[in-house]
Design a protein around this ligand. Structure first.
Ligand code: FAD
Length: 402
């Protein structure tokens, strides 16, 4: 019987194994995950779960029983330590398992602050795993002082939760402004104002020089020489794709595990999906860090492991929740040269990114209708004029019919 092994029990790994079985693969399936819990969704970790508004069981993508029912062997709390692509085996320490086909869904690692600047002090946290957030949550409480390092989505979401919990929150962003890598100045301004209205101090163009304290963190020195007192620190300074296993096995790496449009790596019968990969997109090679990408790419890979030749065409979209604002993003805004602002009813706002006359992306704040229309236009390869961005809510959908 053919044996397919999937390494990484996260969003992509879980989607891949269930797609395999639901598409009729009748061989053996083993999902190996380093974390001790069944695959779960990460987005609530920096939102409802950290706020204490969501039980752990609700994070699980499927009840553990479902894997049993689908005859999928879950090896939780187990790390693959090496791959031998010639022998077609993976090692889990001393144990060796043979595979016919292998998929790597190893995700990414959060960047940490070096120990030399206090990154190893107690009460300094990253936000990647359930264990990270379970360790952090008891420190997120009223009256205490939080320092958030990094003004990307993870940092901003953590800041929103900390502020809602009654903490005194300072966020430092070393770059010129928050969301610099991922969004237009308009979107950054929207969230800057939102956070400030909730009492969060946002300091931009200012880095962390070092954390201070003995044992636990008690303060921070910033790059302008100022010092602030803090009780806990959340580090949200980006992630790096988890490529070390693939690299040691001799697979090609290029800003992630390099895969082709079908999700094949440079080694025969070894595939990869999710955060850990870079893949072809519109003549370039990109890497996406999002749930929809992990699911869609994994499902394509499942079909190709079963002998298909399906190409993955990414349709990037993403979301973020901060306070009562739901941000929805569609498309990729790289290379935009103009942003058109749309004001819908009831304070709903969206920013539409154009490259020349072509709509390439949208950031929509509580503007589900604007988001939906923009997403469908972008995915269909259609555009509208800048003036049409201001079409009244009720007539917006008609733009799709042309
Ligand atoms: P992961 O979900 O990270 O899973 C990889 C798994 O592989 C991990 O469990 C890891 O332990 C395991 N692993 C790695 N190496 C090995 C090994 N050698 N052996 C065994 N197991 C191994 N995306 C959105 O679209 N919207 C959001 O709002 C959003 N919010 C987020 C909030 C937070 C706090 C975080 C951390 C992420 C968020 N994301 C969001 C991103 C999204 O969660 C990821 O893009 C998605 O989880 C990627 O799935 P993946 O399977 O590639 O990786």
């Amino acid at each position: 019987m053919a044996h397919f092994i999937v390494v990484g029990g996260g969003q992509a790994g879980a989607s891949l194994v269930t797609k395999l079985r639901n598409s009729g693969f009748d061989g053996e399936i083993t999902l190996i995950g380093a974390e001790p819990v069944p695959p779960y969704e990460r987005p609530p970790l920096s939102k409802a779960y950290l706020l204490g508004e969501m039980a752990q069981e609700r994070l699980y993508l499927r009840p553990a029983q479902v894997y049993e029912d689908l005859d999928i062997t879950l090896r939780l709390g187990s790390s693959v330590t090496a791959i031998d692509t010639a022998a077609r085996t993976v090692a889990l320490g001393n144990e060796v398992l043979g595979y016919d086909k292998l998929a790597l869904c190893t995700g990414s690692h959060p960047r940490r602050l070096p120990a030399a600047i206090g990154g190893d002090l107690d009460h300094v946290f990253t936000v990647r795993t359930l264990a990270d957030v379970d360790a952090m949550a008891p420190q997120v409480r009223e009256g205490r002082r939080a320092l958030i390092v990094g003004g990307g989505y993870i940092g901003l979401e953590a800041a929103a939760v900390a502020a809602k919990k009654g903490m005194q929150v300072t966020l430092v962003e070393m770059g010129q402004r928050i969301l610099q890598r991922v969004a237009a100045p308009e979107t950054a301004e929207h969230f800057r104002a939102l956070h400030r209205s909730h009492g969060v101090e946002i300091l931009e163009g200012l880095g962390l020089e070092r954390l201070l304290g003995e044992g636990a963190v008690s303060g921070a020195r910033l790059t302008d020489g100022s010092e602030i007192a803090v009780d806990m620190v959340v580090v949200g300074v980006g992630i790096a794709p988890a490529t070390e296993l693939a690299e040691a096995a001799g697979l090609e790496i290029d800003n992630g595990i390099k895969v082709d449009a079908q999700g094949r790596t440079s080694a025969p019968d070894v595939f990869a999906a999710g955060d850990c990969t870079s893949f072809p997109y519109k003549g370039e090679r990109i890497r996406l860090e999002s749930v929809p990408n992990a699911i869609d790419q994994a499902e394509v890979v499942a079909q190709n492991m079963m002998g298909g030749a399906v190409e993955y065409v990414a349709t990037p979209w993403f979301w973020s929740d901060q306070y009562d604002c739901k941000l929805q993003i569609a498309g990729l805004n790289t290379g935009y040269d103009h942003v058109e602002t749309r004001h819908g009813a009831d304070g709903r706002t969206s920013f539409w990114y154009f490259h020349g006359e072509t709509l390439v992306a949208v950031d929509a704040m509580n503007d589900a209708r604007g988001y939906m229309v923009a997403k469908r236009l972008i995915e269909a390869g259609k555009t509208i004029t800048r003036a049409e961005v201001h079409t009244p809510d009720g007539e917006l959908k008609a733009l799709l019919k042309r």
